[in-house]
Design a protein around this ligand. Structure first.
Ligand SMILES: Cc1ncc(COP(=O)(O)O)c(C=O)c1O
Length: 472
């Protein structure tokens, strides 16, 4: 079937009671889904993938313009990863790393990550997801401060609209209403600071650099008000992804890190989306001059072919953990599947492919075209700001380009654009702040990029027709 042949994507597909759609409605509980709407809207069923495309249950093809969930960097049919998984399954499908046990692919992967890690980071600790990585990073920050005799230093600061996961602690750092309302989050010890989005929150007459200074001064004042002796760490995505693809304003991380240094507050870089080439460097930390004490990663670590994530810490933290073992005995944390041998083998092969195929070089070859096409959409009447870096892009939708006023939430502007794009054979993601996220597999060609943005433009045109008479 041709790309995007599906005409009406909202049509429920539940006519046959034993259909996949009907059984999904009958039996599944979907994450991040409006469960009430799902009863009538039904599922969008993806059955297979090839290159940068996925196919639905009617065999319509779609460009996966969000690489699944910002994660399938190598697309959907990388045979080297399939072989790596199969080979490891046959050799040793499971063992663990508790109590001094180790496995060759996990040792190899740890070594490889240390070789490519930014700054002073070493010692990867393996988990199964981004949320677990962030949760574990928080535990490590607390453990570290106990170990060095600063037990009062425990509060963690994240940014409003930051996304760091869904577990009780990582979900508390995720400062987005849908992840906290109704869930009794955030827990205590968590503080939220301002969102560094100059387009939306910059003041009249303020330059981008002055805006960054204000963000840093606000953080400084918050730490002072809390008491620097109680503030342990600051966590940030180099580019805020799920909160609306917010690229840091000029000078932001430099100014923020000066504040952290002043108050002896650790920097956690959450590279779950930005890691492994997404911004044009191996790490977002390199793109934005961030020197982290801890780093969390997942997603493109295995191109999402196997669930695996990691926390990396500096030697300073590691040595404190070693010392603490003299007091506590074991380093008392661990997940059964953390450092799963199959996940490690797949991740190791992923990193080898990034090197063998010079994925970084490729990203830098095609990213200018991506950013050029993205920027052009900034002229569309529905788009207030087009922003991005590398192969990551966002569009902020507005009802008025002049006043930056947005559509009312009831208009569901971002969802409308995403649905219209889908009808043109392109998957993009509606995000908070009426933004659209675009994050294709890293293997996209310039032709794919042109095709993708043409489809997105058609989606925007259709959505504009639907939205233009909305009362704001
Ligand atoms: C920056 C960031 N951190 C953490 C997470 C949570 O990862 P996971 O969904 O694997 O738990 C995400 C997920 O999108 C993310 O974007």
């Amino acid at each position: 079937m041709p790309l995007g042949a599906r005409e009406e994507v909202l049509e429920p597909m539940m006519d046959a009671p034993n259909s996949l759609a009907a059984r999904d409605i009958a039996y599944s509980l979907h994450p991040y889904t409006n469960l009430d709407a799902h009863q009538t809207r039904g599922p969008f069923i993806i059955t297979r993938g090839q290159g940068i495309h996925v196919y639905d249950d009617q065999d319509n093809a779609y460009i996966e313009g969000l690489a699944g969930l910002w994660c399938t960097g190598l697309g959907f049919s990388e045979t080297r990863l399939i072989k790596a998984a199969e080979q490891q399954m046959q050799t040793l499908p499971f063992n663990h790393s508790f109590a001094h046990r180790a496995m060759p692919p996990v040792i190899d992967l740890a070594e490889k990550l240390v070789q490519i890690a930014p700054g002073e980071l070493s010692r990867p600790y393996f988990v199964n997801s981004g949320s677990e990585a962030v949760d574990t990073a928080i535990k490590m920050v607390w453990y570290y401060h106990n170990a060095i005799g600063k037990p009062a230093k425990k509060k963690i600061i994240s940014r409003k609209r930051g996304y760091h996961g869904v577990t009780i602690a990582s979900g508390s750092l995720t400062a987005l209403p849908f992840a906290q309302d109704g869930w009794d989050l955030p827990i205590d010890r968590i503080i939220h600071t301002e969102t560094p989005c100059f387009y939306r929150y910059g003041q009249d007459g303020e330059t981008e650099d002055e805006f960054s200074t204000r963000m840093a001064e606000t953080l400084d004042a918050q730490i002072e008000a809390e008491g620097p002796d109680t503030v342990a760490a600051f966590i940030a995505e180099p580019v805020m992804g799920a909160g609306g693809v917010l690229v840091p304003p000029t000078g932001y991380f430099n100014k923020i890190q000066q504040v952290l240094k002043k108050h002896d507050v650790l920097m956690i870089a959450d590279e779950v989306i930005t890691g492994f080439g997404r911004t044009g460097n191996m790490w977002g930390c390199e793109t934005y001059g961030i020197t982290p004490d801890l780093l969390t990663c997942a997603k493109q670590l295995s191109s999402a072919y196997f669930p695996i994530g990691a926390v990396m810490v500096t030697d300073k933290l590691f040595q404190a953990f070693v010392e603490a073992s003299k007091q506590y005995g074991i380093f008392g944390t661990g997940n059964t599947y953390g450092g799963h041998p199959v996940g490690a083998a797949v991740a190791l092969e992923t990193l080898k492919i990034y090197e063998d195929d010079d994925i970084l070089g490729h990203v830098n070859d095609v990213a200018p075209r991506f950013q050029e096409r993205l920027a052009k959409l900034g002229d569309h009447p529905l788009v207030g700001e087009a922003r991005g870096v590398g192969l990551l892009g966002g569009l902020e939708l507005v009802a008025s380009k002049e006043t930056r006023e947005q559509y009312p939430p009831t208009a569901k502007a971002a969802l409308t654009v995403a649905d219209k794009a889908l009808s043109h054979g392109l998957i993009v993601r509606p995000l908070p702040g009426d933004a659209i996220g675009i994050c294709p597999p890293l293997i996209v060609s310039t032709d794919d990029i042109d095709d993708m943005f043409s489809r997105l433009e058609r989606g925007l045109n259709d959505a504009f027709d639907d939205l233009k008479d909305t009362d704001t």
